[in-house]
Design a protein around this ligand. Structure first.
Ligand SMILES: [Cu+2]
Length: 215
């Protein structure tokens, strides 16, 4: 496969008139392997702005020197509890992530979370994500800790799984563009034009070489 070319495999269009479709997007790394933890966003063409998704309550743990989950995709307005499950202190910071700084960026995060004491609830702090954009999470004390929060106002933003697959439901049929974000991408790829039919499967090669997560 020529990795510089997009493979667009539009699924069969059925004769049944349908309003909304399921879109399956497979994202591939530079070496052709499935790319997990990528965020796929589908934007209907023609300036149609779908209603923003409802905010949620989410948790990002600091556990065994990692952010768990490493990547969270959350609707704008969501609240995140940062919960320190380790027995030592973490100083969590969140800063706008690299190339995702298009337009607005979320406000930064600075938290000090004391270590967990046996028999007591872990220390936690809540943050409201008021602005769309990507935040990179780190810890002032532990340079190896790395995580991401992708804050979106799109109802069609889904993270790829271990097989590099993102499934988006109830996407309006018709012309749309598709964007892929990944924390290790050097340049944001150009939006890909797609035509959403009742069953749409798209494979998107990228130039991303994902960093290994520390064990
Ligand atoms: Cu830390």
């Amino acid at each position: 496969m020529n990795r510089n070319h997009m493979l667009l495999a539009a699924g069969a269009a059925f004769s049944i008139a349908a309003q909304a479709a399921t879109v399956q997007v497979t994202v591939l790394a530079r070496d052709g392997q499935p790319l997990s933890n990528a965020v796929v966003v589908v934007e209907p063409a023609g300036g149609i702005r779908p209603a923003a998704p409802a905010p949620v309550q989410a948790t990002i743990a600091q556990e065994k020197m990692q952010f768990v989950p490493m990547v969270s995709v959350l609707p704008v307005g969501s609240r995140v509890s940062f919960v320190n499950q380790d027995a030592w202190e973490h100083h969590v910071r969140g800063v706008p992530a690299g190339v995702a700084r298009l337009g607005s960026s979320p406000a930064g995060i600075e938290l000090r979370l004391a270590g967990k004491v046996d028999g007591k609830a872990p220390t936690s702090a809540d943050v409201t994500l008021a602005t769309p954009g990507a935040l990179q999470l780190g810890c002032h004390l532990h340079g190896s800790m790395r995580g991401f929060v992708y804050v979106t106002d799109s109802p069609f933003a889904v993270q790829t799984d271990a097989n590099g697959v993102a499934s988006l439901r109830d996407v309006p049929e018709g012309a749309a563009s598709l964007r892929v974000w990944h924390s290790d991408q050097l340049l944001e790829g150009k939006p890909i034009k797609v035509n959403i039919t009742p069953v749409t499967a798209v494979s998107v090669p990228t130039q991303v070489t994902p960093r290994r997560r520390r064990p």
